[in-house]
Design a protein around this ligand. Structure first.
Ligand code: GBH
Length: 499
């Protein structure tokens, strides 16, 4: 008996259980933040108003706790504390974003704000001092209001404005930044900001503005990629990608073939909307999107579909414009059947999908939309490998919200289980996941949720003027993980009562 048990144990170790907790050599760890959520200093040192300043000031009732990004975690003044926290965690890289309206207050490149340049140089130097690589997002939702006044991402002229802004950033900071992200979460920008009121600028042009936005945004992304590729890459020797958020859709009944097909449709509408044009051989919007929207548009009596396929020039121009597939991932929803979702406006992206969905799955978090479904993450990653020809992948965001407790066992469990899925797909399915950024460093301004939902591994007391940061238990967990490159098994990280 004893011998059998020992042999059993040895086989388990050999079959991979033992190395399942260890990340492969070269895998990198970081944390992610975004300018508007942490910087504060909203109207000083030359920064102009952005769409989130405008929304939070003019319609504060839209923010769960009435807070805003005016001071946020005051990282504009306290960036050294952030960098010290990053050094304590021991991360390889820090994903941050640049505030467009701090760098180019008019939105255009006619005037450059010297304080903005000084700030980012100081931050980049402080990171270099600690040997932390910057991974920098050009646009994480904080569009200069002056450009929004011209229509924002619904205006094709944005292609030029975004290229000019990126051009300036590459020239000014390119010696210090080797890894770039063009745009964070195009779906959220277009659907939540132009097709709904969930994000600034809260245009709510459902079924129309969201698709104007995606046309412009994908072209603008592609132009910035080509600019980097042709003008800067050789000299600066860096990389550039886009970060796409995924809510992964699963059929609620995996045996139900109609649901299986609809879940695929929903994934094409959600992730494929922006990934298909960039990461497939074929290029362009997913066929099922083009078809569904054409059909819906006809029924609405329109003479032209609300979304049209790109022409050949743009299909070619957009294809292949990302060195890596950047994935932000938090959660999974279920598809329950065909039809019009009860929450769908008309017309709208959701109605266009033709699927009814539910969030009733997994354990909850402090965010209504965030359910804990680690298996969905594994399925998403395998789907990305097969749908997009085995791309090299960075997880550019992943994290969990609670109300700010220091003993954040819920977050640790979430991280442990989601990171386990990454290990599984790396070792079992050869999915090429190269690095991981935890969302987020410090509790910060969580958009319309204000400070009511907290994602940080550092607690921030926003009632204190000096915004003190306190490490949560998850900070110790992540520090241990980064130091050993192995999922910590120490029992102090796990809530013994709940195991
Ligand atoms: C990311 O978005 C963002 O990049 C980051 O800035 C953010 O802080 C983080 O996640 C945590 O939220 O109006 O209630 O339906 C994640 C994707 C998609 C999350 C849309 C919230 C809708 C909220 N987001 N979503 S709701």
């Amino acid at each position: 008996m004893v011998w059998l048990a020992i042999i059993g144990l040895l086989t388990l170790c050999h079959s991979g259980i033992a190395h399942r907790t260890k990340f492969p050599d070269g895998f990198t760890f970081g944390v992610a933040t975004a300018a508007h959520q942490i910087e504060g200093a909203w109207n000083i040192s030359g920064k102009s108003e952005n769409v989130w300043d405008r929304l939070t000031h003019s319609r504060p009732e839209l923010i769960a706790d009435g807070t805003n990004g005016d001071v946020a975690t005051d990282s504009y003044h306290r960036y050294q504390e952030d960098v010290d926290a990053l050094a304590y965690l021991g991360v390889d890289f820090y994903r941050l974003s640049l505030s467009w309206s701090r760098i180019l207050p008019s939105g255009r490149n006619n005037y450059i704000n010297p304080d903005g340049i000084r700030y980012y140089n100081a931050l980049l130097d402080a990171l270099a001092e600690k040997n932390i690589e910057p991974l920098v997002t050009l646009f994480h939702w904080d569009l200069p209001q002056s450009l929004q006044d011209l229509g924002g991402w619904a205006n094709p002229k944005m292609i030029d404005f975004f290229r000019d802004y990126a051009d300036f950033c590459f020239r000014e900071f390119g010696d210090k930044i080797k890894s770039w992200i063009t745009i964070n979460e195009p779906y959220e920008i277009c659907e939540d900001g132009y097709g709904d009121e969930k994000k600034a600028p809260a245009i709510d042009s459902h079924g129309v503005g969201n698709y104007l936005c995606s046309d412009t945004l994908l072209k603008a992304h592609a132009e910035v990629f080509h600019l980097y590729n042709e003008t800067y890459r050789e000299k600066q020797n860096g990389t550039i990608m886009i970060s796409i958020n995924s809510i992964w859709y699963e059929p609620s009944d995996p045996e139900n073939t109609e649901q299986v097909t609809l879940a695929e449709t929903a994934n094409q509408f959600k992730f494929g909307w922006f990934a298909h044009p960039i990461f497939t051989e074929q290029g362009g919007y997913p066929a099922v999107m083009v078809e569904n929207i054409a059909r819906e548009s006809m029924q609405e009596g329109l003479t032209k579909p609300r979304l049209q396929q790109f022409d050949d020039y743009w299909i070619q121009r957009i294809k292949g414009t990302s060195d890596f597939l950047g994935i932000n991932h938090y959660t999974t929803f279920l598809v329950t059947g065909p039809g019009v979702d009860p929450t769908a406006k008309s017309p709208s992206w959701l109605k266009d999908t033709g699927a009814v969905t539910t969030m009733e799955v997994g354990e909850d978090s402090a965010s209504e939309w965030l359910r804990v479904v680690p298996a969905g993450f594994g399925n998403l990653l395998r789907w990305c490998k097969s749908s997009y020809n085995d791309p090299p992948i960075y997880i550019t965001e992943n994290g969990f919200s609670d109300r700010g407790t220091l003993e954040d066992y819920g977050r640790i469990k979430y991280l442990n289980d989601y990171l386990t899925e990454i290990l599984n797909v790396i070792y079992e399915d050869n999915v090429r996941v190269l690095g991981y950024a935890l969302w987020t460093l410090v509790d910060n301004f969580e958009w319309r949720a204000g400070f009511s939902e907290r994602f940080g591994v550092y607690y921030v007391d926003i009632t204190q003027p000096d915004r003190p940061r306190t490490p949560k238990l998850s900070a110790e967990y992540y520090r241990a993980l980064v130091a050993t490159r192995e999922l910590p098994q120490d029992e102090r990280f796990f809530d013994q009562a709940r195991l």
